[in-house]
Design a binder for this molecule. Structure first.
Ligand SMILES: NC(=O)c1ccc[n+]([C@@H]2O[C@H](COP(=O)([O-])OP(=O)(O)OC[C@H]3O[C@@H](n4cnc5c(N)ncnc54)[C@H](OP(=O)(O)O)[C@@H]3O)[C@@H](O)[C@H]2O)c1
Length: 289
């Protein structure tokens, strides 16, 4: 019997790819964006799930403005934590599995090696605290919640969303013709959204719950990521490395927040491909849009 899946935040970078991936695997998908359903409204979330009666619920909604969150921590907490509580409670009512997404920013970046699911968390700012609280709410109300942490997400929906993604930001900066400075001393695991969607559904289909890391194929500094983006785009802007000391931001960020994929690999899920391959695919599809 085909399964029914609900996707909250279906127009975001991840939501679009989850919707496509689930559809391709034969799921009936009921998606909603913020205009249709604001998940901070608990009653609406409960009504929606009662009506849809899904087996699995993917929460791809997020407040992702890391720096702005320092000015409006309440809003970040409302969307990233209290709304997750709404979704978790509603999932419990209809006995649906919840798949919720979190971030490498739950770590403080001092480990100096890719983080595993067993590493202790220590968020450094309002966004990061709100995301960790979301994880805790999901786990507080549901024994079988699946929490997938990812890093530096990029997907083609970033061309349309208000927040966009790092690739589109780099392309806009290149158009301006001015020198581009990108930090070289912060390392993450830039992750391609279609791959994250595929690994998420793999985890669901293997009846997994608990916390899993799904990061890109290799750790990369943001400077190196920018270099690879311009290579893939065939552009040669003036790109200069900078450092945290020179490039101050309102929110503190972990210096080294790459994620280890050892957990999903132990389960036999396919290895995450190199960043160059993901970028090639991104630009190949971008051309057709
Ligand atoms: N992007 C990254 O670099 C990154 C890094 C690590 C982890 N993550 C995590 O990965 C997951 C997916 O992120 P993403 O990049 O796909 O995010 P995204 O592209 O910003 O999409 C988030 C979606 O959530 C919607 N939304 C916001 N508030 C809502 C509300 N109250 N009710 C319903 N919808 C709402 C947004 O709609 P509007 O456009 O109308 O606001 C947007 O469509 C999130 O959990 C995020 O924290 C992302």
């Amino acid at each position: 019997m085909p399964k029914r899946a609900v996707v909250f935040g279906n127009l975001g970078q991840l939501g679009v790819e989850l919707t496509r991936e689930l559809g391709e695997r034969g799921y009936e998908v009921i998606g909603s964006d913020r205009a249709q359903l604001d998940i901070t409204e608990r009653e609406l979330v409960e009504q929606h799930l009662a009506q849809a009666d899904p087996q699995v619920v993917f929460n791809a909604v997020a407040y992702n403005q890391v720096d702005v969150a320092e000015q409006e921590p309440q809003l970040a907490f409302l969307v990233n934590a209290l709304a997750v509580r709404n979704v978790a409670l509603a999932c419990r009512q209809v006995n649906a599995q919840l798949v919720h997404y979190s971030t490498d920013y739950v770590f403080d970046g001092t480990a100096g090696r890719p983080y595993t699911e067993a590493d202790p968390t220590h968020p450094l700012g309002a966004y990061a605290v709100s995301k960790l609280a979301g994880e805790l709410y999901a786990q507080a109300y549901l024994d079988g919640a699946l929490i997938v942490r990812t890093s530096g997400l990029f997907g083609l929906a970033g061309l349309q969303t208000a927040r966009g993604n790092f690739i589109e930001l780099m392309l806009r900066l290149a158009e301006s013709g001015k020198p581009i400075r990108v930090v070289e001393d912060h390392v993450a695991s830039p992750t391609y959204a279609p791959l994250l969607a595929a690994r998420s559904v793999d985890l669901v289909e293997r009846d997994q719950h608990g916390v899993f890391h799904v990061g890109g194929g290799q750790p990369s500094s943001w400077f190196n990521f920018a270099r690879l983006i311009f290579e893939a785009a065939g552009l040669q802007p003036e790109l200069r490395p900078t450092s945290e000391r020179e490039y101050r931001t309102p929110a503190r960020r972990p210096k080294y927040s790459a994620l280890s994929n050892a957990g999903i690999e132990r389960l036999g899920l396919p290895k995450m491909p190199p960043l160059e391959d993901a970028l090639r695919d991104y630009f190949a599809h971008r051309k057709n849009l």
